[in-house]
Design a binder for this molecule. Structure first.
Ligand code: NDP
Ligand code: 2IT
Length: 444
């Protein structure tokens, strides 16, 4: 058994019942084989064993009182995975599906994603099985305050800097920050995605979706093509999906579909984003309402059917494993040319194989959605420098970072003999910097 195979087998044995963590680790470790072969010193140093083991896992009880006066209890998590190249950095996800396996897969991905940004940030992730959907603002505040009452002791602007993810947006970050500041009596950059009135950065709201489109635009550009006139399908209708849609439209693409966890909308004329923003950002409603408000648009119950809509470019922006083998095959049959992942691990391993075998340009999450965390790192820089950059400045830096990521992963793939395989390229390019730092630090 090779070193990589041994580490993967032990990981599966020692972390049973964590299918998402196994999936992410399998994708990453198998692509690192050529790097590990070129560096035999890694095995003696136990580098991969250390890389897949979080530095620290924090699990805690989050009690809060609902509007009827009843006490509710949720699980809270923070996985501080790797701090070799900078303080732990990564989002918090509030969704009923959250468990240790999901937080660990997200944390592992985050290490390499953060490395790819070129900025000094380590990898972490956290969250809770709390479901903000249908809760009052007061209930969300009570939950966030209780969550932070434990989390505050584990984080700090030079230690661990959480941010948003599914179910955690501006409102939640505000409540979390307020409680941190109250307990610690420090107004510091301990969270990113903060409001503009209390230390946030311009462009952070748009960053993940914009970044996703910038990297895809670069992939198109080097092939002599552009977004202009392309038909695009985007899944999700949250933060990432909305701003991916906005940027793709501004570059001349026609976005024809979006979804939420209940079903998808199809608008052959092109999605009217102001209607989506009103439903989702203002009213916190369901995407179904779009079809009630826009003539000619249709709503279909259930999510999976969205991948049967013919498109040139697919941008999955909702959640893990939303594209399986069958959906990938249908996308390919219908002529998809580019798939770029806005969500984390939205394609199953089998789906990725289908895309790669059929010549689809496939940009994996850790490269394609790195614009969010990259802009978080720009927010951290502004906080510590007590500065505030203009929209244009931050947007230009974001674009530059995404273009660099594209070329770095392309070159890394080429250097190791896997031209056009951006999964290999992203994992290798991200890993090399982390591995160098870990080797320099000795046995820690
Ligand atoms: P939001 O909470 O703003 O939106 C999530 C969207 O995905 C909603 O439309 C939601 O539908 C849908 N969704 C969530 N879970 C499911 C599910 N199980 N099945 C179907 N649809 C689902 O989150 P974000 O837009 O911030 O995050 C979307 C993805 O992007 C996630 O994978 C996240 O990890 C990733 N990401 C986010 C970054 C950020 O900066 N926010 C950065 C990098 C990656 P519903 O409302 O019905 O639940
Ligand atoms: O998955 C991700 O990269 C995020 N949710 C953003 C993390 C961050 O710290 O901005």
């Amino acid at each position: 058994m090779s070193y990589v195979e041994q580490v993967l087998a032990n990981l599966k044995k020692n972390n049973p019942n964590e299918p998402e963590f196994h999936q992410a680790a399998t994708e990453i470790l198998t692509t690192l084989a050529p790097v590990v072969e070129a560096h035999p010193e890694y095995e003696k140093a136990g580098l991969l064993e250390r890389f897949v083991e979080p530095e620290r896992v924090i699990m805690f009880r989050v009690p809060w009182v609902d509007d009827s006066g009843k006490v509710r209890v949720n699980k809270g998590y923070r996985v501080q995975f790797n701090s070799a190249i900078g303080p732990y950095k990564g989002g918090l996800r509030f969704h009923p599906s959250v468990n240790l396996s999901i937080i660990k897969f997200l944390g592992l991905e985050q290490i390499l994603k953060n490395s790819l940004t070129g900025l000094p940030i380590g990898g972490g992730k956290g969250g809770s099985d709390f479901d903000p959907k249908g809760k009052s603002d007061r209930e969300v505040m009570a939950f966030c305050q209780s969550f932070m009452t434990e989390l505050y002791r584990h984080i700090g602007p030079d230690t661990d800097v959480p941010a948003g993810d599914i179910g955690v947006g501006g409102r939640e970050i505000g409540f979390l920050f307020g409680q941190y500041k109250r307990i610690r009596d420090e107004h510091v950059g301990v969270l990113t995605g903060r409001g503009l009135s209390y230390g946030g950065s311009l462009v952070r709201t748009e960053a993940t979706g914009y970044g996703l489109v910038y990297i895809t635009e670069e992939a198109l550009k080097v092939r002599g093509d552009s977004f202009k006139g392309k038909t695009v399908v985007i899944s999700g209708s949250g933060n990432v999906a909305i701003y991916a849609c906005q940027k793709a439209q501004s570059l001349g693409a026609k976005v024809v579909a979006l979804y939420d966890s209940n079903g998808y909308i199809y608008d052959a004329e092109g999605i009217k984003l102001d209607v989506v923003k009103d439903i989702k950002e203002v009213k916190r409603g369901r995407i179904k309402e779009y079809a009630e408000r826009v003539k000619g648009a249709k709503y279909v119950e259930g999510c999976k059917g969205i991948w049967t809509i013919p498109c040139d470019i697919a941008l999955p922006c909702a959640t893990q494993n939303e594209i399986d083998k069958q959906s990938a095959e249908i996308l390919v049959k219908n002529g998809v040319k580019y798939v770029a992942e806005g969500a984390n691990m939205p394609s199953t391993l089998e789906a990725i194989e289908v895309f790669q075998k059929n010549g689809v340009v496939f940009l994996p999450a850790k490269a394609a959605n790195a614009g969010g965390v990259a802009t978080s790192a720009l927010e951290m820089a502004q906080s510590s420098g007590r500065m505030f950059w203009s929209f244009e400045e931050v947007d230009a830096k974001l674009k530059n970072i995404m273009v660099n990521i594209y070329h770095n992963i392309e070159n890394a793939a080429k250097d190791y003999g896997y031209e056009g395989n951006y999964v290999m390229g992203a994992n290798i390019a991200g890993f090399i910097k982390v591995a160098d730092a870990m080797m320099a630090h000795g046995v820690v």
